[in-house]
Design a protein around this ligand. Structure first.
Ligand SMILES: NC(=O)C1=CN([C@@H]2O[C@H](COP(=O)(O)OP(=O)(O)OC[C@H]3O[C@@H](n4cnc5c(N)ncnc54)[C@H](OP(=O)(O)O)[C@@H]3O)[C@@H](O)[C@H]2O)C=CC1
Ligand SMILES: CC(=O)N[C@@H](CCC(=O)OP(=O)(O)O)C(=O)O
Length: 344
């Protein structure tokens, strides 16, 4: 059994990791940590885990000492020291935050205000979006796990971009996120009366996921790609809906598009290409690691529209992290993740 530990287990991403790891057939949840709830059982923080995970929250050091793989579910900026400790002790390390996601330190400085404390760790780490970069992940032990928008948008657009079916300078990603994406600490925007029955954009064309989305799409395209990215907060608990637009290159047909997506994703268990005429819906992927994608053309304006739906807590965080762990440990990628989403 793989001994897995979660640092930051009391946050939403950490708690979701605990849920998935507890049901994983090859994993024993070895230790969980928290600062605010140290000494308390996790089931006291999240009563849903009563009698299922009554493990007491310990320290970060205890997690590292007792685990073969350490998952970090900490706010941005707190993972680098922990990564170093894991690296030195030979632990696999999977970071759900952004500290290792950007390849260019200048981008990290600009968008997160931080620096790379240990450049050799950044060299050793790899961006963990398996459906696009699987071969690079194999054999690595330090994984930068992408977040929600940065999973949903590249998956929606990659095959069209790779096959030259869309104009690279015309990409627009209009995204909606469930409120768990903002984490457990309440803010005025996420306060029920202010959120409920409303919907608004935030960080319009200035969100720090922009360089990360561009990094993935540029790798796929083989040249620098820019996107206009506008996120919105949706008054639901879970889900990312990414509606992505781009101008088609000359005389591209839906058949060509479906061929390209079929070829790229036909063998991908977690990507469900929807039949023509259907539209991706966050309701149908809840609690699962699926990414549903629907494909559309607006013939009047020669525009391609790809819509992807994921559960931000699963394919956008904890599920993808477990998928990466499966790759690192040579397991079938779907182990512990063959979850059937509820029908309603
Ligand atoms: N929510 C989501 O949909 C997604 C989140 N992520 C990423 O996952 C990470 C965690 O996010 P999320 O779970 O939403 O955030 P939460 O705010 O819900 O949880 C944060 C966690 O970090 C711990 N923590 C906070 N400050 C410190 C500190 N100074 N030292 C040690 N531990 C600390 C908290 O523990 P305690 O207070 O108990 O000590 C808590 O367990 C972030 O990097 C986020 O960007 C990635 C993809 C999606
Ligand atoms: C609704 C909401 O606030 N969402 C978060 C993104 C959550 C996420 O995916 O976190 P990463 O930054 O780790 O990728 C945001 O917009 O910053």
């Amino acid at each position: 059994m793989i001994r897995a530990g979660v640092v930051g287990a009391t946050g939403y991403a950490g708690a979701e990791l605990v849920r998935l790891l507890s049901g994983h057939p090859c994993v024993r949840l070895a230790a969980v940590s928290s600062v605010s709830f140290q000494g308390k059982p996790l089931s006291e923080v999240y009563p849903a885990y009563y009698r299922l995970c009554d493990m007491v929250c310990g320290t970060q050091e205890e997690v590292v000492a007792q685990s073969d793989v350490v998952f970090a579910a900490l706010p941005h900026g707190l993972s680098q020291e922990l990564a170093k400790e894991c690296f030195e002790k030979g632990r696999a390390f999977i970071d759900l935050g952004a500290d290792f996601r950007l390849e260019n330190e200048e981008d990290y400085r600009e968008w997160y205000g931080g620096t790379y404390l240990y450049p050799e760790l950044h060299e050793a780490s790899v961006y963990g979006l398996p459906e696009l970069f699987r071969e690079a992940i194999r054999g690595k032990k330090m994984i930068a796990n992408p977040g929600c928008y940065t999973t949903a948008v590249p998956l929606a657009l990659a095959p069209a971009l790779k096959n030259g079916l869309i104009q690279k300078d015309s990409i627009l990603a209009d995204c909606k996120s469930g409120v768990t994406g903002a984490g457990r600490t309440p803010t005025q925007n996420t306060h029920y009366p202010e959120l409920n029955e409303g919907m608004s954009a935030y960080k319009v064309a200035s969100h720090r996921h922009t360089p990360e989305i561009e990094q993935s799409l540029s790798h796929v395209a083989g040249e620098k790609v820019k996107v206009i990215f506008v996120p919105h907060l949706l008054p639901v608990n879970r889900g990312i809906l990414a509606t992505c637009y781009a101008k088609l290159t000359d005389s591209v047909t839906m058949e060509q598009i479906r061929d390209a997506y079929g070829e790229a994703y036909g063998g991908e268990y977690f990507i469900r290409l929807l039949p023509q005429g259907r539209s991706a819906d966050i309701k149908n992927v809840r609690y699962s690691n699926f990414c549903d994608i629907s494909l559309h053309i607006d013939h009047r304006t020669n525009t391609f529209i790809a819509i992807s739906a994921i559960d931000n807590m699963v394919k956008g965080a904890a599920g993808q992290a477990v998928q990466n762990m499966n790759i690192v440990f040579g397991l079938d990628e779907t182990t512990g993740l063959r979850i059937v989403p509820p029908a309603f």
